[in-house]
Design a protein around this ligand. Structure first.
Ligand SMILES: *[C@@H]1O[C@H](CO)[C@@H](O)[C@H](O)[C@H]1NC(C)=O
Ligand SMILES: *[C@@H]1O[C@H](CO)[C@@H](O)[C@H](O)[C@H]1NC(C)=O
Ligand SMILES: *[C@@H]1O[C@H](CO)[C@@H](O)[C@H](O)[C@H]1NC(C)=O
Length: 226
């Protein structure tokens, strides 16, 4: 009798404590959502695309409607991929490399700061030795965000291309003079490649020959899904 009574008390105490104690944060909050991108930042990315390595300086500048990928291929060419929110992209090289420029028009602008909204949460995993929350968006990108600082750590693309985020300077802005495409981009004699965005173009050009214009790819992918 006394035994069942104390058991009963234990149970009451247990229930009482449960009501008083807050749930651990992981259970109390709903599924985590990715942090929106800061409106301006500079990031250095190390990118491995099927063994081809590149270092990319990413200058994201949403208020000015522009995004820049400055791509150093390992022991190779330095390429500039300047993207405007009106859909125009300039891909060019400067001295000491040959003067080349391609102008491509996309139907989509640059990535919006909240482009990760609606991504599917896949739980927590380690990436590059950081504990990360992981999301997947439209079977196109797997996005790893540091649990502690909420900064991006790693992006994996459906193509197998992996970007490791080495620096993430919130608020850093590249000066206006650097956003000027060279004169030979505006010379009609140059091969201007005008095209509305198509998957074929992305598969053949943007992801391959152009050195991985992944930001436009993501945006275009979004446009297809919507
Ligand atoms: C790059 O990726 C390939 C697989 O595509 C892998 O074999 C190679 O080890 C990677 N290189 C580096 C430096 O991470
Ligand atoms: C988009 O904006 C850039 C920069 O202002 C400009 O050079 C380009 O011609 C514009 N493209 C179109 C289609 O208006
Ligand atoms: C640069 O242009 C010259 C002359 O047209 C050509 O011989 C050379 O192969 C080019 N170099 C590259 C890296 O494309």
């Amino acid at each position: 009798m006394a035994e069942s009574q104390s058991l009963y008390l234990c149970l009451l105490l247990f229930l009482f404590l449960h009501l008083l104690l807050p749930l651990p944060p992981a259970l109390a909050s709903s599924t985590p959502t990715p942090t929106a991108w800061p409106h301006q930042f500079h990031s250095v990315l190390f990118i491995n695309s099927s063994g081809n390595l590149q270092k990319t300086d990413l200058w994201y500048d949403w208020p000015n409607g522009r995004n820049f990928n400055i791509i150093q291929h390992q022991l190779g060419v330095l390429k500039y991929d300047l993207e405007w929110n009106n859909g125009t992209s300039f891909y060019y090289t400067l001295d000491p490399f040959n003067h080349t420029c391609k102008v491509i028009h996309f139907d989509v602008g640059i990535l919006r700061p909240n482009w990760l909204d609606g991504a599917n949460y896949l739980g927590q995993h380690y990436a590059d030795n950081f504990l990360c929350n992981v999301w997947e968006k439209v079977d196109f990108i797997w996005y790893y965000e540091d649990v502690l600082t909420r900064r991006p750590v790693k992006w994996i693309f459906y193509s197998g291309m992996i970007a490791h985020v080495m620096t993430f300077e919130v608020g850093a802005v590249l000066e206006d003079a650097q956003w000027q495409a060279p004169v030979y981009c505006f010379n009609e004699a140059e091969t201007h490649e005008k095209s509305s965005s198509s998957k074929a173009l992305l598969d053949s050009e943007a992801s391959g020959a152009l050195g991985g214009s992944f930001m436009r790819e993501i945006t275009t992918q979004h446009a297809y899904v919507k």
